[in-house]
Design a binder for this molecule. Structure first.
Ligand code: AMP
Length: 398
């Protein structure tokens, strides 16, 4: 009998990312990316065995049209009958869920209620869920939340030092993100190092275009650098991370900008892009820094320095440090940034192994510290799709 398949969907307001995984092996049989949804020239690109195919969605340029096109593609491949369940990445569950859940009407209502916490993402996630329910009729749908893993953070880590009534009345607190990646990488790190995760103090740096760090002790999140929204914390591709909140009144007073305009500047024009005045892409920044571009050199240094400061503070949250873990596009590939960060953090007992650092790239996991380093630094590739598929299979009883 053929293995059952899990469809994983990750919906944005104008995009839909999908993957079809074999439930037994975890292998990906199909990837797709729908873009420009809700515009006349929407399209979806399928990737099967490395080959790409672009399909026009103009007849129905929305999330339902994209899921419909995906079903047609699966029919063409003879795979439609094997899809057994659908897993959805949902950005915010607020305090409603600390684990993944099988979706029913109450779960839909709870996701809707969390919309003020993720005003762009949660409505898009709901659109994706409804499209899947309509097109793959009768199949179980599971929600896997970005925030869920961080629900173990203690109040002293998640509370902002502002009047508490805003937390009570509006739920204004730190939630954190990248939770699915942290859960996967924490388990993989323990497995890779042959250690019990319940006896391991880790700081994991998830460094992609969005970037955060988390402190994990006994397999549970203790603190993380993102807050109410993904804007807090590290220097990112286009996000500023931490700034003095007075930046808002300063820019408003001096340039007569609105709150929305300043929020956009901090989210979309800052970080590596804003500092370098070149690009948000770490590869470009590294290439230009190597040629001596002043903005790129500064961007690289600021990214590494802020990250190192956060790693040291996360060691406080974890109650010490056994393993420092790098993941995400930058964490898995940039030996330059890892070397800089380990240099800043040398006082914590981290000693870089240069050769190992160069070898741990392009999907290769590996320890990048020397044998006499008191803290182990390791590169572990993340796999959020697999984590979502595993939760989906478990909660669907597969
Ligand atoms: P992600 O959001 O996890 O896909 O990560 C995207 C980031 O990873 C971008 O800033 C890329 O420039 C960065 N990245 C990917 N490959 C490399 C590489 N070989 N060296 C440095 N950065 C990389």
């Amino acid at each position: 009998m053929s293995n059952k398949l899990i469809l994983v969907l990750n919906c944005g307001s104008s995009s839909l990312k999908g993957a079809v995984l074999d439930n037994s092996s975890g292998d990906i049989l199909l990837n797709c990316l729908a873009e420009k949804l809700n515009l006349a020239d929407a399209y979806i690109t399928f990737k099967v065995n490395g080959e790409k195919q672009k399909v026009d969605l103009s007849a129905q340029p929305n999330h339902t049209g994209a899921v419909g096109a995906l079903l047609e593609k699966l029919k063409e491949m003879g795979l439609d009958g094997r899809i057994a369940a659908i897993g959805h990445r949902v950005v915010s569950a607020g305090e409603a869920f600390s684990e993944s859940v099988l979706i029913n009407d109450e779960v839909m209502a709870a996701i809707e209620k969390c919309t003020p916490l993720a005003p762009l993402h949660n409505p898009a996630n709901l659109l994706g869920i409804r499209a899947a329910q309509n097109i793959f009729k009768g199949l179980p749908n599971v929600a896997v939340f970005d925030t869920a893993f961080h629900q173990t953070m203690p109040a002293h880590a998640y509370t902002y030092a502002i009047p508490r009534k805003y937390y009570r009345e509006l739920g204004l607190r730190r939630y954190g993100f990248h939770g699915t990646s942290y859960r996967f990488v924490a388990d993989e790190t323990a497995r890779f190092l042959g250690k019990d995760k319940n006896n391991l103090r880790m700081v994991i740096a998830h460094l992609g275009n969005g970037a955060s760090v988390a402190a994990i002790k006994n397999g549970q999140s203790q603190d993380t650098s993102m807050g109410l929204t993904p804007l807090e914390g590290l220097v990112m591709g286009t996000r500023s991370g931490d700034v003095d909140p007075s930046v808002f009144s300063f820019l408003a007073d001096n340039l007569k900008l609105s709150v929305q305009e300043i929020t956009d500047i901090l989210n979309k024009q800052s970080g590596l892009l804003g500092i370098s005045e070149l690009s948000n892409d770490c590869r470009t920044i590294e290439e230009e820094a190597a040629k001596g571009h002043e903005g790129a050199v500064l961007a690289l240094e600021m990214f590494s320095y802020r990250l190192a400061k956060y790693i040291a503070s996360m060691a406080v949250a974890a109650g010490g440090l056994d393993a420092l873990v790098f993941t995400g596009g930058i964490g898995e590939n940039s030996d330059t940034i890892r070397a800089k960060v380990l240099d800043y953090c040398a006082f914590l007992g981290l000693k870089l192994d240069n050769e190992a650092n160069l070898a741990a790239r392009f999907g290769n996991a590996g320890v990048i510290t020397t044998a006499d380093s008191t803290v182990t630094a390791v590169v572990i590739p993340t796999n959020e799709e697999l984590m979502i598929a595993q939760d989906t299979a478990r909660l669907s009883g597969l």
